[in-house]
Design a protein around this ligand. Structure first.
Ligand code: MG
Length: 393
């Protein structure tokens, strides 16, 4: 087999939501299709990828560096030993040729987008869901049948704060989620406490509610919130301070009885390792949220997994950011602790298979080969359009 072409498209996922730091009014995402010369049912087998949410489309880096490097390499250099499938580890090394270490910037997002498509393709060539392929190759065949998911949202509703928030949270609970997450830091502490208490009336216990400050707080504010949250027994307190300020994270962790969750804005194994080394995170109670699509894909995520194990962390402490099917397959195939979900937001890229509902806070994976983009009716047209010229000919 060989890769014949790689196409990309920038797609808008603008929405009216805001967190404590940014508005999503201009948000875009890169979608990538990796096309192979393997033909099944009259169509080329293609791998599809995109890059989660929260970072903008990566067309410049994709078109100027990553895609040309892959297409200019000898085709067999991207393949497994027996040349029957793509080898995303080899492809990764080719994409990262002539890239200096450190300063990861957003090339990690561009590489992660292609990496997702390569794994989707690899699993499709083997005709199995990606979770099965990952479990067989990298997790001694151990596969979770279902994955813990929580509903992330809990936005601000100017003018109808409490009503808007509780209605949103009720929708998630009615949809089968047990754990919900809400934004904090977009108003005063007193007002946020009121919002938190209104949601706590809806969920069964404190542990069913997590809060997310999106890296907004100064040290003093982060500590003030930590003290105020201590009595509620919440699931976690997410990104209290700047995601790269490990000292702030450590100081907050020391006073917080609520577990700390962070990592969605760390895009490399080295950044993740600095968090583990210097961020004061406790492997017995805290959570790691690295998003594989934003941080160089599964190839780097695998290195991160190996790293955290060396520091005494279980993969179960990782619950990735992003709410996408790629991370869902990694969670099931690599024994992670769960996956984020954004019901109804970041469509059509967010969410899982159309046919599999969330039940009792967990979701099963479909049997579709790859990561299951074909299982989302709203998402497939993005890719069908990208490859339409191939199918018609
Ligand atoms: Mg977050």
């Amino acid at each position: 087999m060989k890769i014949t072409e790689i196409r990309d498209e920038t797609v808008s996922i603008r929405s009216d939501i805001s967190n404590a730091f940014i508005s999503f009014s201009e948000m875009t995402v890169s979608a990538v299709a990796v096309i192979s010369d393997v033909v099944r049912n009259g169509k080329p087998v293609c791998g599809f990828g995109f890059h989660s949410n929260g970072r903008y489309g990566q067309q410049g880096i994709l078109r100027e560096r990553m895609i040309p490097r892959l297409l200019q390499a000898d085709p067999e250099k991207l393949l497994t030993e027996d040349e029957t499938n793509v080898d995303p580890f080899k492809a990764w090394n080719i994409m990262m040729r002539n890239e200096k270490p450190g300063g990861h910037g957003e090339r990690s997002v561009a590489v992660g987008t292609i990496d997702m498509a390569l794994w989707d393709l690899a699993a499709k060539i083997e005709d199995k869901p990606l979770a099965h392929l990952l479990a067989e190759r990298y997790n001694d065949g151990v596969l979770d049948d279902e994955v813990y998911v929580y509903a992330a949202g809990g936005y601000y509703y100017p003018g109808k704060e409490i009503v808007g928030l509780t209605e949103e949270m009720k929708r998630y609970l009615d949809a089968g989620y047990n754990t919900v997450k809400m934004k904090i830091g977009g108003t005063s502490l007193a007002r946020d406490i009121e919002r938190i208490e209104s949601v706590l009336k809806l969920v069964e216990k404190g542990e069913d509610l997590a809060v997310d400050a999106n890296g907004r707080f100064s040290l003093d504010t982060a500590l003030e919130y930590a003290e105020a949250l201590n009595s509620y027994g919440l699931k976690w307190y997410e990104e209290p301070g700047d995601p790269l300020d490990f000292e702030v994270n450590k100081r907050v962790q020391e006073v917080s009885e609520t577990p700390i969750a962070t990592g969605e804005n760390l895009f490399s194994m080295q950044d993740a390792r600095n968090l583990i080394r210097y961020g004061g995170m406790d492997p017995k109670q805290d959570y790691l949220q690295f998003d594989p699509a934003l941080s160089y894909g599964f190839v780097e995520f695998y290195r991160t997994l190996e790293m955290i194990k060396q520091y005494g962390w279980s993969p179960r402490r990782i619950i990735p950011h992003g709410g996408h099917q790629f991370a869902l397959h990694l969670a099931a195939g690599m024994g992670l602790g769960g996956n984020e979900s954004y019901p109804g937001v970041f469509e059509p890229f967010g969410g899982f298979s159309d046919t599999i509902p969330v039940e009792d806070g967990r979701v099963r994976l479909s049997d579709a080969p790859g990561i299951g983009i074909e299982e989302k009716q709203s998402l497939m047209p993005v890719y069908e359009q990208m490859i339409s010229s191939l199918i018609e000919n």
